[in-house]
Design a protein around this ligand. Structure first.
Ligand code: RB5
Length: 146
């Protein structure tokens, strides 16, 4: 997987997004930080749309989105048929969202997830492969839901 990763958050995920960006850069990733760039209030659907555009135009293969809880921004991101956004709270979820769901966007809550857990989730998300096989059939069905 490419070492390029897109990051974006609303104000609720702003601090954690910045910490993650620094950590990932230190770990050798090329980080595309699409904002928000100030703690001022912004609307999470607009941020999810930025991520969807970055994935659609292949600016990055995978991304990490954050809002306060991760809930609003994951709902918004999953409106795009080519996005499989997984709201994750621990290492187990981070691993399984890759192995079973082929998630291309990890979602974290800036107000619900601690920084060390966020680092661990990001590391696992970026270094775990999709298992394919029966999971591929299920993931394929996601593209034909409506
Ligand atoms: C913003 O206050 C907050 O609603 C947002 O970050 C997120 O938690 C929504 O799901």
């Amino acid at each position: 997987m490419s070492k390029k990763i897109a990051l974006a958050s609303d104000h609720g995920g702003f601090e954690l997004k910045n910490l993650l960006a620094e950590k990932l850069k230190k770990d050798g990733y090329e980080v595309l930080d699409m904002g928000t760039h100030t703690p001022d209030s912004v609307d999470y659907p607009d941020i999810a749309a930025l991520m969807a555009d970055a994935i659609k135009t292949a600016q990055a293969e995978r991304g990490i989105l954050l809002c306060g809880t991760g809930i609003g921004i994951s709902i918004a991101a999953n409106r795009f048929p080519f996005i499989r956004a997984a709201l994750v709270h621990d290492a187990f979820g981070a691993r399984l969202c890759r192995q079973h769901n082929n998630a291309n966007v990890l979602v974290l809550g800036g107000r619900t997830t601690g920084v060390e857990v966020a680092y661990e989730c990001a590391e696992i998300f970026l270094n775990t492969d999709f298992l394919g096989d029966r999971h591929a059939r299920r993931v394929e069905k996601l593209s034909h839901m409506c």
